[in-house]
Design a protein around this ligand. Structure first.
Ligand code: MN
Ligand code: MN
Length: 306
């Protein structure tokens, strides 16, 4: 049986590149029949990566069959996985997020979760000396995953291992990291084709606080003004998205990659109070700027209070 390798829904660069890396490793090095899959259309940055490195776009799947052998990467959250995931045969999980619980397996499995900036860095450690066999395109995917998840090393999630590996890969591939990251971020910042609701769901994770279920959305961009110019209609759309997705509130943090700050939209008093309690910042009007805030995982989620 073919093993399917996939990351989370609303695939970002790591959830698009890491399945490609791991399916290459399983099939070409380990001799296991494996292929990558996507749980939705890749975002614009991930699509740029596929094009730049001439990688075939993985097949998009909506669910998995009972008993399907799968490898889950870049998440361990059943809310970000196919509805049938607990009926699949989960062979392994490779991830760099907090454990949220909810996944059930038929037997013991291999799990590797490490606090590094991206899944591809963990894979590099697991692949070891077989890196010598890795084709250019797969190395390009690995480099892209690191630059994406670290925001070119600006995110506080960045470790020395991520940084060193990215520089080694770039040297090997003859890539200038600054130029290449700028191209990736330009692709990610081109959000003109998306509706407000699509933007709110593009890079979004559900998070439960005592007393409120939140959808915490982030838009990483080098052109924050393009998004902020749409703030009135984005705040309108928050109500619809919250109702459709069964959450109490959608939060949108517009992360300015180059200036290393986030702007939180303030659609109502609930979010105003949240901004004050969580970040000690008093909103002025319908936005608040949070200097230095880049990472949902390390800075936003651990701070949230209502
Ligand atoms: Mn991801
Ligand atoms: Mn990741």
């Amino acid at each position: 049986m073919t093993t399917l390798v996939f990351g989370h829904t609303s695939p970002d660069t790591d959830s698009t590149g890491s399945p490609i890396i791991w399916a290459w490793y399983l099939s070409e090095v380990k001799g296991i029949d494996a292929r990558p899959a996507l749980l939705g259309q890749p975002n614009t940055e991930a699509a740029f990566m596929l094009e730049r490195w001439s990688l075939e776009k993985p097949q998009i799947i909506t669910d998995v069959d009972e008993g399907q052998r799968v490898v889950i990467v870049d998440t361990n959250n059943p809310a970000e996985l196919p509805a049938n995931i607990n009926k699949a045969n989960i062979h392994s999980i490779i991830d760099h997020h907090r454990l949220v619980g909810g996944l059930e397996t038929r037997g013991p499995l291999e799990i590797r979760i490490e606090p590094v900036a991206c899944t591809a860095t963990i894979m590099w450690k697991m692949i070891g000396k077989d890196m010598a066999r890795m084709p250019e395109g797969i190395k390009g995917a690995m480099l892209s995953c690191i630059l994406s998840d670290t925001l070119e090393f600006r995110s506080p999630t960045t470790t020395d291992e991520d940084r060193t590996l990215a520089h080694d890969l770039a040297r090997d591939l003859g890539i200038d990291i600054g130029d290449y990251a700028a191209q990736m971020f330009a692709a990610k910042s081109d959000v003109s084709a998306f509706s407000d609701a699509e933007l709110l769901r593009m890079d979004s994770k559900e998070f439960d606080l005592p007393g409120a279920k939140l959808r915490v959305s982030v838009l990483e961009t080098t052109a924050p003004q393009v998004v902020l110019d749409r703030k009135d209609s984005l705040m309108q759309a928050m109500q619809t998205v919250a109702a459709e997705d069964g959450v109490d509130q959608v939060l949108l943090f517009v992360v300015d990659i180059l200036n290393e700050e986030a702007t939180l939209l303030i659609p109502n008093d609930m979010v105003k109070t949240l901004a004050e309690k969580s970040f000690g910042m008093a909103p002025d009007g319908d936005t608040v700027v949070l200097p230095g805030v880049m990472s949902r995982k390390k800075q936003i989620i651990p701070s949230l209070k209502i």
